[in-house]
Design a protein around this ligand. Sequence first.
Ligand SMILES: [Zn+2]
Length: 412
Amino acid sequence: MTRLWTANRQLIRAINRSTVLNIVKADGPISRTEIGRLSGLSPATVSEITADLIAEGLIYEKAAGDSTGGRPPILLDLNHDAAYVIGLKLAERQISAALTDIEATILCTLTAPVSGLNSVERAIEELTGVIERVIAESSVPRQRITGVGIGLAGVIDAERGLCRYSPILGWRDVPLEQLLEERIDIPVRIDNDVNTLAMAEKWFGAGQGVDDFLVVTVGRGVGLGIVVNGQFYRGTRGGGGEFGHTVMDPHGPLCDCGKQGCLEAYVSDPALVRSAREAVLQGKLVGVDPDELTVEQITELAQVGNETLHAIFAQAGRVLGLGIANLINVFNPALIIISGEGVRAGDLLFGPMREAVEEHTFDGLGDDTEIFIQEWGDEAWAWGAASLVLQEIYKSPIHARVPEVSLSTSAS
Ligand SMILES: [Zn+2]
């Protein structure tokens, strides 16, 4: 009985701690009285928990602004300096990095071209180099870096820190987390890059306070991050969310995965470029070199009114809309955040997409779902990866990766 009671007490305390910390994060500067009102916790508990958080350096007391007589209330706010983390996006030819504070505010970014990452040894070498450079450039002392988060495409077992399969790097079952940790002596976390972006949206972006939402990324590929009941859904092997490879037409265009008619084969940047190239060969698009086409170039030409390219984006947008209507029918989410490099296309893609969503969602389910197009910045992937480490500071122990409650006989 004593053991169970102690465990419960520790767990409840940890949950309360997370609740209070998240209220300060969302609503700080805030008084203890207001924290009590929002959390439903007793004044004694609020006072105990906030004292702990102050002792840990996560929050601090600040004097209130102008007061209308009487004793000015003391407000609590997050201590921005409490933690620094580094986020890294590992791609085929590039590593991008961002160093952030405890609120995921970016303090320093860096992008390095890399090659030969099929070799795991080489990748560790390159990652280490980028980490040391970003620390040096940020002037944050190395010992104050709480952790390093890495996002990469592929099937990632985040629990074990294992890259199960990365098609672009040609990796299978690489214990990336452990290998890099041994090298840099800073805790490392890895996850699928789309999941890291969803995590950043949940803790610091448009998904804050939303229990059921999806993040769809468009760009080099098409990805999906799934948050259900406030938790990430990953599937049995960490391979859930391969939205880009849902089949729109089994006789459709060839996909990078080797199968036909995947959503990605219509909507991704390479698919758009391929369609534009075909248009050149058919004489429908003139004045451009079919071998030099880039997605940036065709986006610009479509935006200034090229009708052929306009139609290509519209077709891709409709296919994306069909896919999203299917997601809404399956998940009935409150929110879908669309992110990724592909948002540069704006209404070219998302106008037709919204029409298709409206047309194909089941019995008004689409009315429940807000579709939010996130503004894209080059540092977004690295920002997402940083949140992989930061979320461990904020999340409630009932969602923790490692159970933090150990049965103990000692009363504390
Ligand atoms: Zn595919």
